[in-house]
Design a protein around this ligand. Structure first.
Ligand code: GLU
Length: 412
Protein backbone atom coordinates (compact mmCIF):
# COMPACT_ATOMS: atom_id res chain seq x y z
CA UNK A 1 0.00 0.00 0.00
CA UNK A 2 1.28 3.50 -0.78
CA UNK A 3 0.36 6.72 0.87
CA UNK A 4 0.43 10.19 -0.55
CA UNK A 5 2.65 12.52 1.44
CA UNK A 6 3.01 15.98 0.00
CA UNK A 7 3.95 15.51 -3.62
CA UNK A 8 5.73 12.19 -3.22
CA UNK A 9 4.38 8.68 -2.99
CA UNK A 10 5.81 6.91 0.04
CA UNK A 11 5.17 3.39 1.25
CA UNK A 12 3.94 3.09 4.83
CA UNK A 13 6.25 1.22 7.15
CA UNK A 14 3.81 -0.27 9.56
CA UNK A 15 0.34 -0.57 8.23
CA UNK A 16 -2.12 -2.44 10.38
CA UNK A 17 -0.95 -1.11 13.68
CA UNK A 18 -2.53 -2.43 16.80
CA UNK A 19 -5.34 0.11 16.47
CA UNK A 20 -6.53 -1.07 13.07
CA UNK A 21 -5.44 -4.69 13.18
CA UNK A 22 -8.88 -5.80 14.33
CA UNK A 23 -7.39 -7.93 17.14
CA UNK A 24 -8.23 -7.44 20.80
CA UNK A 25 -7.08 -4.03 22.09
CA UNK A 26 -3.67 -4.26 23.74
CA UNK A 27 -2.97 -3.07 27.23
CA UNK A 28 -1.60 0.47 27.32
CA UNK A 29 1.98 0.44 28.61
CA UNK A 30 4.20 3.49 28.47
CA UNK A 31 7.64 4.17 29.82
CA UNK A 32 9.85 7.02 30.97
CA UNK A 33 13.42 6.03 30.13
CA UNK A 34 15.95 8.52 31.48
CA UNK A 35 19.68 7.96 31.55
CA UNK A 36 21.02 8.37 35.09
CA UNK A 37 23.70 10.70 33.76
CA UNK A 38 22.11 13.59 35.60
CA UNK A 39 19.28 14.56 37.92
CA UNK A 40 15.65 15.02 36.93
CA UNK A 41 14.89 18.47 35.51
CA UNK A 42 11.71 20.17 34.37
CA UNK A 43 11.93 18.81 30.82
CA UNK A 44 12.30 15.23 32.10
CA UNK A 45 9.49 15.69 34.60
CA UNK A 46 7.23 16.87 31.77
CA UNK A 47 8.03 13.80 29.63
CA UNK A 48 7.40 11.53 32.63
CA UNK A 49 4.15 13.34 33.41
CA UNK A 50 2.79 13.04 29.84
CA UNK A 51 3.49 9.31 30.02
CA UNK A 52 1.90 9.01 33.46
CA UNK A 53 -1.21 10.91 32.34
CA UNK A 54 -1.57 8.73 29.25
CA UNK A 55 -1.29 5.56 31.34
CA UNK A 56 -3.76 6.73 33.97
CA UNK A 57 -6.23 8.06 31.43
CA UNK A 58 -6.37 4.67 29.71
CA UNK A 59 -6.04 2.40 32.75
CA UNK A 60 -2.56 1.34 31.66
CA UNK A 61 0.86 1.00 33.27
CA UNK A 62 3.57 3.63 33.68
CA UNK A 63 7.09 2.18 33.70
CA UNK A 64 10.36 3.73 34.82
CA UNK A 65 13.31 2.22 32.98
CA UNK A 66 16.84 3.39 33.61
CA UNK A 67 18.98 3.56 30.49
CA UNK A 68 22.35 3.18 32.18
CA UNK A 69 24.44 1.66 29.41
CA UNK A 70 26.79 4.60 29.01
CA UNK A 71 28.91 3.59 31.96
CA UNK A 72 31.37 6.48 31.64
CA UNK A 73 28.68 9.12 32.15
CA UNK A 74 26.82 7.67 35.15
CA UNK A 75 26.27 10.16 37.98
CA UNK A 76 26.32 8.54 41.44
CA UNK A 77 22.95 8.85 43.17
CA UNK A 78 21.10 10.02 40.04
CA UNK A 79 19.16 6.77 39.51
CA UNK A 80 17.65 6.76 43.00
CA UNK A 81 17.07 10.51 42.89
CA UNK A 82 15.06 10.27 39.66
CA UNK A 83 12.67 7.76 41.22
CA UNK A 84 12.50 9.83 44.43
CA UNK A 85 11.50 12.88 42.40
CA UNK A 86 8.74 11.03 40.53
CA UNK A 87 7.37 9.90 43.87
CA UNK A 88 7.63 13.40 45.28
CA UNK A 89 5.75 14.75 42.27
CA UNK A 90 2.92 12.30 42.93
CA UNK A 91 3.45 10.39 39.68
CA UNK A 92 5.07 7.16 40.93
CA UNK A 93 5.79 4.45 38.36
CA UNK A 94 3.83 1.20 38.50
CA UNK A 95 6.95 -0.75 37.53
CA UNK A 96 10.50 0.44 38.21
CA UNK A 97 13.93 -0.55 39.54
CA UNK A 98 12.68 0.09 43.09
CA UNK A 99 9.20 -1.38 42.75
CA UNK A 100 10.05 -4.26 40.43
CA UNK A 101 7.39 -5.68 38.15
CA UNK A 102 6.63 -8.49 35.72
CA UNK A 103 9.01 -7.27 32.99
CA UNK A 104 12.09 -6.55 35.10
CA UNK A 105 14.87 -5.90 35.66
CA UNK A 106 14.25 -2.23 34.93
CA UNK A 107 17.90 -1.17 34.60
CA UNK A 108 19.45 -1.80 31.22
CA UNK A 109 22.81 -2.75 32.73
CA UNK A 110 21.04 -5.83 34.14
CA UNK A 111 19.53 -6.92 30.84
CA UNK A 112 22.69 -7.51 28.83
CA UNK A 113 21.71 -11.09 27.91
CA UNK A 114 18.66 -9.77 26.05
CA UNK A 115 20.76 -7.39 23.94
CA UNK A 116 23.27 -10.14 23.22
CA UNK A 117 20.46 -12.45 22.09
CA UNK A 118 19.08 -9.80 19.74
CA UNK A 119 22.55 -9.01 18.39
CA UNK A 120 23.14 -12.69 17.73
CA UNK A 121 19.86 -12.94 15.82
CA UNK A 122 20.81 -9.91 13.71
CA UNK A 123 24.28 -11.31 13.02
CA UNK A 124 22.82 -14.64 11.97
CA UNK A 125 20.31 -13.10 9.59
CA UNK A 126 23.01 -10.85 8.11
CA UNK A 127 21.28 -7.67 9.27
CA UNK A 128 24.29 -6.87 11.47
CA UNK A 129 28.02 -7.40 11.13
CA UNK A 130 31.22 -7.22 13.16
CA UNK A 131 33.33 -4.16 12.56
CA UNK A 132 37.05 -4.32 13.33
CA UNK A 133 37.92 -0.76 12.32
CA UNK A 134 40.33 0.83 14.76
CA UNK A 135 39.64 4.11 16.54
CA UNK A 136 42.47 5.64 14.52
CA UNK A 137 40.79 4.70 11.25
CA UNK A 138 37.45 6.09 12.40
CA UNK A 139 39.15 9.27 13.52
CA UNK A 140 40.80 9.59 10.10
CA UNK A 141 37.45 9.19 8.28
CA UNK A 142 36.04 11.92 10.51
CA UNK A 143 38.93 14.30 9.82
CA UNK A 144 38.73 13.71 6.06
CA UNK A 145 35.00 14.45 6.07
CA UNK A 146 35.42 17.64 8.08
CA UNK A 147 38.22 18.77 5.78
CA UNK A 148 35.94 18.39 2.75
CA UNK A 149 33.07 20.02 4.71
CA UNK A 150 30.95 16.89 4.84
CA UNK A 151 29.12 15.30 7.74
CA UNK A 152 31.32 12.54 9.17
CA UNK A 153 29.90 9.05 8.70
CA UNK A 154 31.30 5.55 8.86
CA UNK A 155 32.03 4.24 5.34
CA UNK A 156 30.56 0.77 6.09
CA UNK A 157 33.84 -0.91 5.13
CA UNK A 158 33.45 -3.99 7.36
CA UNK A 159 30.09 -4.77 5.74
CA UNK A 160 32.08 -6.31 2.95
CA UNK A 161 34.34 -8.64 4.96
CA UNK A 162 34.01 -12.28 3.94
CA UNK A 163 33.16 -14.83 6.61
CA UNK A 164 36.72 -16.16 6.38
CA UNK A 165 38.17 -12.70 7.01
CA UNK A 166 35.88 -12.33 10.02
CA UNK A 167 36.94 -15.73 11.35
CA UNK A 168 40.60 -14.85 10.93
CA UNK A 169 40.26 -11.56 12.79
CA UNK A 170 38.32 -13.23 15.58
CA UNK A 171 40.93 -15.97 15.85
CA UNK A 172 43.48 -13.18 16.36
CA UNK A 173 41.29 -11.78 19.13
CA UNK A 174 40.95 -8.47 17.34
CA UNK A 175 38.56 -6.17 19.19
CA UNK A 176 35.27 -5.46 17.40
CA UNK A 177 31.92 -3.74 17.68
CA UNK A 178 28.68 -4.87 16.04
CA UNK A 179 27.00 -2.58 13.50
CA UNK A 180 23.49 -2.67 12.12
CA UNK A 181 23.38 -2.66 8.33
CA UNK A 182 21.04 0.19 7.42
CA UNK A 183 18.92 -0.81 4.45
CA UNK A 184 18.52 1.93 1.87
CA UNK A 185 15.15 3.51 1.09
CA UNK A 186 13.66 3.59 4.59
CA UNK A 187 9.91 3.90 4.76
CA UNK A 188 7.93 6.68 6.35
CA UNK A 189 6.05 6.26 9.60
CA UNK A 190 3.17 8.00 11.29
CA UNK A 191 4.02 9.82 14.48
CA UNK A 192 0.95 10.50 16.61
CA UNK A 193 2.00 14.14 17.08
CA UNK A 194 4.20 15.00 14.07
CA UNK A 195 2.26 12.99 11.49
CA UNK A 196 3.88 11.23 8.54
CA UNK A 197 7.62 11.42 8.84
CA UNK A 198 10.26 10.35 6.40
CA UNK A 199 13.99 10.06 7.03
CA UNK A 200 16.16 8.13 4.61
CA UNK A 201 18.69 7.32 7.29
CA UNK A 202 21.03 5.19 5.14
CA UNK A 203 21.60 8.09 2.77
CA UNK A 204 22.90 10.35 5.53
CA UNK A 205 24.44 8.05 8.16
CA UNK A 206 26.92 5.21 8.25
CA UNK A 207 25.86 1.89 9.79
CA UNK A 208 25.33 2.51 13.51
CA UNK A 209 27.06 0.56 16.28
CA UNK A 210 24.54 -1.51 18.21
CA UNK A 211 26.91 -3.41 20.50
CA UNK A 212 30.04 -1.74 21.82
CA UNK A 213 33.44 -3.29 22.46
CA UNK A 214 32.69 -3.53 26.20
CA UNK A 215 29.67 -5.75 25.49
CA UNK A 216 27.19 -3.00 26.34
CA UNK A 217 24.53 -2.08 23.79
CA UNK A 218 24.13 1.42 22.41
CA UNK A 219 20.95 3.36 23.06
CA UNK A 220 19.32 2.38 19.76
CA UNK A 221 19.49 -1.38 20.25
CA UNK A 222 18.73 -1.36 23.98
CA UNK A 223 15.78 0.97 23.49
CA UNK A 224 14.20 -1.25 20.83
CA UNK A 225 14.83 -4.51 22.68
CA UNK A 226 13.40 -3.16 25.92
CA UNK A 227 10.36 -1.47 24.46
CA UNK A 228 9.54 -4.76 22.78
CA UNK A 229 10.38 -7.04 25.72
CA UNK A 230 8.55 -4.79 28.16
CA UNK A 231 5.45 -4.84 25.91
CA UNK A 232 5.46 -1.06 25.60
CA UNK A 233 2.43 -0.04 23.54
CA UNK A 234 3.23 3.68 23.05
CA UNK A 235 6.54 5.52 23.11
CA UNK A 236 6.01 9.09 24.25
CA UNK A 237 9.34 10.86 24.30
CA UNK A 238 11.04 14.16 23.49
CA UNK A 239 11.03 15.50 19.95
CA UNK A 240 14.82 15.20 19.80
CA UNK A 241 14.34 11.45 19.25
CA UNK A 242 12.07 11.80 16.23
CA UNK A 243 15.06 11.59 13.90
CA UNK A 244 16.18 8.26 15.46
CA UNK A 245 12.80 6.59 15.11
CA UNK A 246 13.34 5.37 11.54
CA UNK A 247 16.47 3.59 12.74
CA UNK A 248 14.46 2.01 15.54
CA UNK A 249 11.74 0.90 13.14
CA UNK A 250 14.33 -0.65 10.85
CA UNK A 251 15.66 -2.60 13.81
CA UNK A 252 12.14 -3.82 14.63
CA UNK A 253 11.72 -4.89 11.04
CA UNK A 254 15.06 -6.74 11.02
CA UNK A 255 14.16 -8.52 14.25
CA UNK A 256 10.69 -9.41 12.95
CA UNK A 257 9.01 -7.58 15.83
CA UNK A 258 5.89 -5.42 15.80
CA UNK A 259 6.78 -1.85 16.84
CA UNK A 260 4.95 0.33 19.36
CA UNK A 261 3.16 3.55 18.37
CA UNK A 262 5.28 6.69 18.57
CA UNK A 263 4.32 10.16 19.80
CA UNK A 264 7.10 12.73 20.03
CA UNK A 265 6.56 15.58 22.43
CA UNK A 266 7.53 19.14 21.53
CA UNK A 267 10.35 20.60 23.58
CA UNK A 268 10.04 22.61 26.75
CA UNK A 269 11.97 25.85 26.24
CA UNK A 270 12.58 29.10 28.07
CA UNK A 271 10.09 31.91 27.56
CA UNK A 272 12.36 33.45 24.89
CA UNK A 273 12.58 30.17 22.96
CA UNK A 274 16.11 29.33 24.14
CA UNK A 275 17.04 25.88 25.43
CA UNK A 276 16.41 25.17 29.13
CA UNK A 277 19.92 25.15 30.44
CA UNK A 278 20.80 22.51 32.99
CA UNK A 279 23.78 24.58 33.96
CA UNK A 280 21.53 27.21 35.49
CA UNK A 281 20.88 24.64 38.24
CA UNK A 282 17.42 25.99 38.91
CA UNK A 283 15.62 23.66 36.54
CA UNK A 284 16.36 20.55 38.59
CA UNK A 285 13.38 19.26 40.54
CA UNK A 286 15.41 19.04 43.74
CA UNK A 287 15.82 22.81 43.61
CA UNK A 288 12.03 23.27 43.74
CA UNK A 289 11.67 20.68 46.49
CA UNK A 290 14.26 22.50 48.59
CA UNK A 291 12.49 25.80 48.01
CA UNK A 292 9.33 24.23 49.38
CA UNK A 293 7.14 24.32 46.30
CA UNK A 294 4.16 22.01 46.14
CA UNK A 295 4.35 19.28 43.47
CA UNK A 296 0.97 20.47 42.13
CA UNK A 297 2.50 23.87 41.38
CA UNK A 298 5.25 22.37 39.25
CA UNK A 299 2.95 19.96 37.40
CA UNK A 300 0.61 22.83 36.64
CA UNK A 301 3.21 25.27 35.33
CA UNK A 302 4.93 22.72 33.06
CA UNK A 303 1.66 21.63 31.48
CA UNK A 304 0.02 25.04 31.36
CA UNK A 305 2.61 26.35 28.90
CA UNK A 306 2.06 23.60 26.34
CA UNK A 307 -0.64 21.75 24.47
CA UNK A 308 -2.32 18.42 25.16
CA UNK A 309 -5.22 19.51 27.35
CA UNK A 310 -8.73 20.74 26.78
CA UNK A 311 -8.74 24.29 28.17
CA UNK A 312 -5.76 25.91 29.85
CA UNK A 313 -6.83 27.35 33.15
CA UNK A 314 -4.31 27.83 35.95
CA UNK A 315 -4.65 25.70 39.05
CA UNK A 316 -5.27 22.25 37.59
CA UNK A 317 -4.80 19.33 39.95
CA UNK A 318 -3.41 15.94 38.94
CA UNK A 319 -6.87 14.31 38.61
CA UNK A 320 -7.93 17.26 36.44
CA UNK A 321 -4.82 16.91 34.31
CA UNK A 322 -5.64 13.22 33.79
CA UNK A 323 -9.20 14.02 32.89
CA UNK A 324 -8.37 16.84 30.46
CA UNK A 325 -5.37 15.15 28.85
CA UNK A 326 -5.72 14.32 25.20
CA UNK A 327 -2.81 13.07 23.11
CA UNK A 328 -4.53 14.16 19.93
CA UNK A 329 -4.51 17.79 20.97
CA UNK A 330 -0.73 17.92 21.42
CA UNK A 331 0.56 20.30 18.78
CA UNK A 332 4.08 20.46 17.37
CA UNK A 333 4.73 23.89 18.90
CA UNK A 334 7.38 24.08 21.60
CA UNK A 335 6.13 24.81 25.11
CA UNK A 336 7.51 28.11 26.39
CA UNK A 337 8.01 28.08 30.13
CA UNK A 338 7.79 31.33 32.06
CA UNK A 339 9.26 30.65 35.50
CA UNK A 340 8.53 34.22 36.56
CA UNK A 341 4.93 33.07 36.88
CA UNK A 342 5.88 30.44 39.45
CA UNK A 343 4.84 32.54 42.52
CA UNK A 344 1.44 33.06 40.92
CA UNK A 345 0.98 29.31 40.31
CA UNK A 346 2.25 28.65 43.81
CA UNK A 347 -0.28 30.99 45.34
CA UNK A 348 -3.18 29.32 43.53
CA UNK A 349 -2.18 25.84 44.70
CA UNK A 350 -1.31 26.85 48.25
CA UNK A 351 -4.66 28.56 48.59
CA UNK A 352 -6.35 25.37 47.46
CA UNK A 353 -4.27 23.29 49.87
CA UNK A 354 -5.16 25.59 52.73
CA UNK A 355 -8.85 25.34 51.90
CA UNK A 356 -8.99 21.54 51.89
CA UNK A 357 -9.00 19.92 55.34
CA UNK A 358 -6.73 16.99 54.38
CA UNK A 359 -4.31 19.03 52.34
CA UNK A 360 -4.21 21.70 55.06
CA UNK A 361 -3.27 19.04 57.60
CA UNK A 362 -0.46 17.85 55.30
CA UNK A 363 0.76 21.39 54.84
CA UNK A 364 0.72 22.04 58.57
CA UNK A 365 2.74 18.88 59.20
CA UNK A 366 5.25 19.91 56.53
CA UNK A 367 5.55 23.40 57.99
CA UNK A 368 5.90 22.03 61.49
CA UNK A 369 8.96 20.05 60.35
CA UNK A 370 10.45 23.03 58.53
CA UNK A 371 9.86 25.34 61.52
CA UNK A 372 11.30 22.82 63.92
CA UNK A 373 14.45 22.61 61.79
CA UNK A 374 14.76 26.38 61.66
CA UNK A 375 13.93 27.24 65.30
CA UNK A 376 15.38 24.27 67.10
CA UNK A 377 14.42 25.07 70.72
CA UNK A 378 10.83 26.12 70.13
CA UNK A 379 7.80 23.86 70.17
CA UNK A 380 5.27 24.50 67.43
CA UNK A 381 1.65 24.00 68.02
CA UNK A 382 -0.34 22.66 65.02
CA UNK A 383 -3.41 24.84 65.67
CA UNK A 384 -1.23 27.91 65.83
CA UNK A 385 0.46 27.14 62.50
CA UNK A 386 -2.94 26.48 60.98
CA UNK A 387 -4.27 29.82 62.25
CA UNK A 388 -1.36 31.67 60.66
CA UNK A 389 -1.80 29.79 57.41
CA UNK A 390 -5.45 30.72 57.17
CA UNK A 391 -4.63 34.31 58.13
CA UNK A 392 -2.00 34.58 55.39
CA UNK A 393 -4.43 33.09 52.92
CA UNK A 394 -7.15 35.53 53.89
CA UNK A 395 -4.75 38.41 53.50
CA UNK A 396 -3.99 37.12 49.98
CA UNK A 397 -0.33 36.61 50.72
CA UNK A 398 0.02 32.83 50.73
CA UNK A 399 3.70 32.53 50.01
CA UNK A 400 5.58 29.37 49.17
CA UNK A 401 6.18 27.21 52.27
CA UNK A 402 9.83 28.05 52.70
CA UNK A 403 9.05 31.78 52.81
CA UNK A 404 6.24 30.97 55.18
CA UNK A 405 8.75 29.64 57.69
CA UNK A 406 10.38 33.04 57.82
CA UNK A 407 7.04 34.82 57.87
CA UNK A 408 5.85 32.51 60.63
CA UNK A 409 9.01 33.23 62.58
CA UNK A 410 7.89 36.82 62.92
CA UNK A 411 4.57 35.75 64.43
CA UNK A 412 6.09 33.45 67.03
N1 GLU B 1 17.59 7.46 27.47
C1 GLU B 1 16.93 8.35 26.56
C2 GLU B 1 16.88 9.74 27.18
O1 GLU B 1 17.46 9.92 28.23
C3 GLU B 1 15.55 7.82 26.28
C4 GLU B 1 14.95 8.29 25.01
C5 GLU B 1 13.65 7.51 24.77
O2 GLU B 1 12.71 7.74 25.52
O3 GLU B 1 13.62 6.67 23.89
O4 GLU B 1 16.33 10.66 26.70
Amino acid sequence: MRLLLGRVLLPALHQGTRRCSGGPPKEIRVRFAPSPTGFLHLGGLRTALYNYLFAKKHGGAFILRLEDTDRSRLVPGAAAAIEDMLEWAGIPPDESPRRGGPYGPYEQSQRLNLYHEATQALLESGAAYRCFCTLQRLELIKKEALRSRQTPRYDNRCRHLTSNQVKEKMAKNMPFVVRFQLPSGAHSFQDLVYGWTHHDVASVEGDPVILKGDGFPTYHLANVVDDYKMAVSHVLRGEEWLISTTKHLLLYQALGWHPPEYAHLPLLLNKDGSKLSKRQGDIFIQHFVQKGYLPDTLLDIITNCGSGFSGNQTGRTLPELIQQYNLQSISTHSALLDLEKLPEFSRVHLTRWIEGADTRAQLVAQLQTLLQEKFKDLIFDREYIERILVLRKVSGQSPQPIQFVFVAGKFL
